[in-house]
Design a protein around this ligand. Structure first.
Ligand code: SAM
Length: 302
């Protein structure tokens, strides 16, 4: 009996997976960096998959992109100069540009094929962000960009693929990388990175937390449920200035109103408070975690 769809299986660990019913394939190819698939999924609409890992879907991408961008952008008093590393599909750039304080948003992605195919087949994600006068797209390795960068940024957002052994983002979760980011952050600067699943790769999340803390001195973590990832997803920030964790519900709501940011679908003051509640178990794992270095990077289980 044909179900009328096929199954795409995404592994979280060697013995745990999330099955997605797929109605059809919109694009499938391989760039110099990774495999790129854009499919029409039954549950989540269009879905971008890189090297077999779900990146964004048209149904639930706002959970991820609003959780990644707004806590640090709203915590910074005047975020004007923004660096996005990764972010190929354009959702992160779109959310950054909502802030009227932003004068320049530089996005550095290693793979122009992801940007091109996302613009063609999933324009709902960038929604014209790449055409904004404040946006500047650089095609290149984020690590190399940071090492050669002479500019200064108020907020750096690292939205690269997961730390997979041999993957293009392998060296963008190490102490040396975050020390480079610290150098290009302004005096009040904040960096935030996606930090993998706080459950299926809890140790990887905890290692990223300790690694950012070792480079920036002050760090924190938060989490949001991302349906298409079938997991509570972790985010880690390091700060030379304000700490997003201390913002009250009212302060977040007041700042959103002051900046004219109204039509968010996931993030507001009450959500902000909830994001920063990590479990006791996770805090213990963080305490005992190691620091990742170029010689000893951290990886997801699969
Ligand atoms: N939301 C996704 C997630 O949390 O896994 C990530 C979004 S985006 C699709 C990830 C982007 O990181 C891709 O476009 C990929 O090309 C880019 N990327 C991977 N390694 C990179 C590197 N070394 N420098 C710059 N961009 C990189």
């Amino acid at each position: 009996m044909s179900l009328g769809w096929k199954w795409f299986i995404e592994y979280q660990t060697p013995h745990s997976a999330h099955m997605h019913g797929i109605k059809g394939v919109i694009y499938s190819g391989r760039s110099r960096m990774q495999s790129i698939d854009i499919v029409d999924s039954c549950e989540y609409g269009k879905m971008l998959i890189l090297d077999g890992k779900v990146q964004s879907t048209t149904r639930d991408e706002h959970f991820y992109h609003e959780a990644l961008v707004h806590p640090t952008m709203i915590a910074h008093p005047r975020p004007e100069r923004i660096l996005i590393i990764g972010g190929g599909e354009g959702g992160t750039l779109r959310e950054v540009l909502r802030h009227p304080t932003v004068k320049r948003a530089v996005m550095v992605d290693i793979d122009i094929e992801v940007v091109k195919n996302s613009k063609t087949h999933m324009p709902e994600l960038s929604r014209g962000a790449f055409d904004d006068d404040r946006a500047e797209l650089v095609v290149g390795d984020g690590r190399r960009f940071v090492e050669g960068c002479r500019s200064r940024f108020d907020v750096v957002i690292v939205d690269v693929t997961d730390p997979l052994e041999g993957g293009p983002a392998q060296l963008l979760y190490t102490k040396e990388f975050y020390e480079g980011i610290k150098r290009i952050l302004g005096e009040d600067g904040i960096v935030v990175t996606q930090a993998t699943s706080v459950y299926y790769s809890a140790y990887c999340f905890a290692t990223i937390y300790r690694t950012v803390e070792s480079a920036l001195g002050r760090a924190g973590g938060y989490q949001a449920w991302i349906p298409a990832y079938d997991s509570m997803w972790g985010f880690v920030y390091g700060t030379k200035g304000p700490d997003p964790r201390v913002l009250s519900e009212n302060e977040v709501d007041d700042r959103l109103v002051k900046r004219g940011i109204r039509d968010l679908k996931f993030y507001e003051g009450a959500t902000h408070r909830a994001l920063f509640t990590l479990s006791k178990e996770l805090k213990t794992i963080i305490k005992d975690a190691a620091v990742a270095t170029d010689r000893n990077p951290t990886f997801m289980p699969i």
